[in-house]
Design a protein around this ligand. Structure first.
Ligand code: GLN
Length: 453
């Protein structure tokens, strides 16, 4: 069924779209062996009722900016009345008692939340395999990992189960699965989106962000959720995103090409090919840039995450929320809890955590310096292709997936992954990093790359 939208464009009704998504999900997600992108769908009756309500608002011209959009939410974000399990047995029965700030904003703009997505347990992982409820599969190739930790959110968008999704990104968890699944994923500037209602992995690095099939949709959802919220004291207002402006190809862009050796030449060449196409078509320039400490990003990121995660999980002592984390969590979560407790011990004081904070500061300064000379920094999002689900890889190898995404979390700037093409049918993402609060420029550049196709 088609009806007229508020700008007199033909849009399909929210109800019919919802029904299509639900039937796709039943066919391809929930029958056991398939994608496993969702952990819980919302009650179908309520969904239909809300969709009808939204369609009525569209007809009367009173609908919000997300009317007609169906949105999936990562299971570490509180949606009132829904299970926010963090894909863990620890919280498997935890019903969120309130809405996260981002959810309030989505609801106030008439976005329809369809369900809660699978993820690496407590967002600890880069493959989607550490979920206590089974791995998510890559919709493009069911044998492969979809990436993580926002595995279900990226897979849900790629599989055509929703229009958009929310994820969280501490060291790459939105951009990494976006890259492997061939969708767009944005990690906004640190503090530009309220973290109120996010079950944290690492407070000084976490950021909620958006995933969608294209830059305008990911940008629209981001614009809705961005902005100061008094319940997250570090959150601040940032410039609004103008969606018309996003369509305009920016002039005089200088791309910084990150001097970082990656082993996979095919990935390297594909990214370079796209950059050269953009340079030729849009008259942009490029030059090589160096972030001296980038090789230390993983070594800096993990001590911070271990310590902050350990401290954040002390509330999961089996009294107030679900089960005691030490009794019910999987291997990767326990590694971080135990590792974090070791590093936090007094005898190590200053050796790991504070040193890591220092290097974080260096990296932040280096990025600011580079952004005086270039508009954006471009690289691959992930330095390697996704492995087969269940492959026995070392912890080190798993952590190496994050080599190119963690720097942007350490620096606190904004970054996005956009599809750059495919290698043997596997999607490969390009990462565009911009200076803090330069989301508008970043989205324009990303959109220009998207239009090359
Ligand atoms: N893969 C990284 C980790 O395991 C990133 C996780 C994330 O961004 N939530 O910590």
């Amino acid at each position: 069924m088609e009806l007229m939208g508020k700008d007199d464009v033909m849009v399909s009704s929210t109800v019919s779209k919802l029904k299509e998504y639900l039937s796709e999900i039943k066919k391809n997600d929930q029958n056991g062996k398939r994608i496993n992108a969702f952990l819980h769908l919302r009650d179908e009756k309520n969904l239909l009722h809300e969709a009808e309500e939204i369609d009525r608002k569209i007809k009367s011209g009173k609908a919000g900016r997300l009317a007609g959009k169906v949105i999936a939410v990562k299971s570490n974000i509180n949606v009132q009345g829904e299970i926010a399990s963090c894909a863990s047995h620890v919280l498997e029965n935890y019903k969120a008692p309130y809405d996260a700030h981002v959810i309030e904003r989505i609801k106030s703009e008439d976005g329809l939340i369809i369900g809660m997505t699978n993820m690496d347990e407590f967002a600890c992982g880069a493959s989607g395999e550490t979920s206590a409820f089974g791995p998510t599969k890559n919709p493009i190739n069911l044998d492969l990992i979809p990436g993580g930790s926002s595995s279900g959110s990226a897979a849900a968008v790629a599989a055509g189960f929703c229009d958009m999704a929310l994820g969280s990104d501490t060291g790459g968890s939105i951009r990494n699965p976006s890259s492997h699944c061939g969708v767009v994923g944005i990690k906004p500037t640190y503090s530009s989106v309220s973290r109120y209602g996010l079950i944290d992995l690492s407070m000084s690095l976490d950021q909620i962000g958006t995933l969608a099939g294209n830059v305008p949709d990911a940008g629209l959802l981001l614009d809705v959720i961005m902005g100061r919220d008094e319940k997250d004291s570090i959150s601040q207002d940032s410039p609004k995103i103008n969606l018309n402006e996003t369509e305009r190809i920016p002039k005089d862009i200088t791309i910084g090409i990150l001097d970082f050796e990656i082993q996979n030449n095919e990935i390297k060449n594909l990214i370079m090919k796209r950059i050269k196409e953009a340079v030729k078509k849009y008259g942009w320039k490029y030059k090589n840039v160096k972030i001296e400490n980038i090789g230390l990003a993983i070594e800096t990121y993990y001590p911070l995450v271990y310590v902050e995660f350990f401290s954040g999980t002390r509330k999961f002592d089996g009294r107030r929320y679900g089960r005691k984390i030490e009794d019910a969590a999987g291997e990767e979560v326990l590694r971080r809890v135990l590792g974090g407790s070791e590093i936090s011990k007094e005898e190590y004081g200053g050796r790991y955590y504070y040193r890591a904070l220092k290097i974080k500061e260096f990296i932040e300064k280096e990025f600011s310096g580079v952004f005086r000379n270039v508009d954006c920094i471009v690289s691959a999002t992930v330095p390697k292709l996704p492995h087969k689900i269940g492959t026995n890889i070392s912890v080190r190898e798993m952590y190496e997936y994050d080599a190119l995404t963690t720097p942007s979390n350490l620096a606190g700037n904004c970054s996005v992954s956009v599809p750059a093409g495919e290698i043997n049918g596997i999607p490969v993402g390009m990462q565009i990093i911009c200076d803090k609060f330069k989301e508008q420029k970043m989205l324009q550049i990303a959109r220009a790359f998207e239009k090359l196709k």
